[in-house]
Design a binder for this molecule. Structure first.
Ligand SMILES: [Zn+2]
Length: 148
């Protein structure tokens, strides 16, 4: 069981290669719903951070690539906060450490750049955006041009 932070201060739960969003939280008990809530009734209940209290079946197979991408993006944001590096370097390292098989599932570099730059203060963000633009022009080739 693993928790990752989402953009707006929320959390996701990764368990058995399924992804869950918080449904409700009552005292120490958190009720999670499968990320594919429109098509799936998969749920998990947790009261501590080790093992789920209970879980229900999913209507679809687990998606290990999706889970790997979420983990990689979480690592990337952590790295962006901790280390004083330019965005492109943070992104490059994230990509380097990622199995090739899931690189195709990553968001576009622009999107990654935005995700990283929101972790910095505004002044840094402006210069990072400029460096991202320059980076794109210098190489003059689209970086990971896979669909999200
Ligand atoms: Zn599900």
């Amino acid at each position: 069981m693993e928790f990752i932070k989402t953009g707006r201060g929320g959390r996701k739960l990764l368990y058995n290669e399924y992804t869950y969003n918080v449904d409700t939280k009552i005292n120490d008990t958190t009720y999670w719903r499968c990320e594919k809530r429109k098509v799936c009734k998969g749920r998990i209940i947790t009261t501590n951070a080790t093992l789920p209290e209970s879980s229900s079946d999913h209507s679809h197979p687990p998606d290990s690539a999706h889970v790997s991408v979420l983990k990689a993006l979480d690592d990337m944001k952590t790295r962006a906060k901790q280390i004083e590096e330019v965005t492109s370097s943070v992104i490059d390292k994230t990509i380097d450490e990622m199995p090739l098989s899931i690189c195709g599932s990553l968001p576009k570099r622009e999107t990654l750049g935005r995700m990283v730059s929101t972790e910095f203060c505004p002044l840094e963000r402006i210069s990072l955006e400029i460096s991202c633009i320059n980076h794109g022009h210098v190489n003059n080739k689209p970086w990971l041009s896979f669909p999200i």
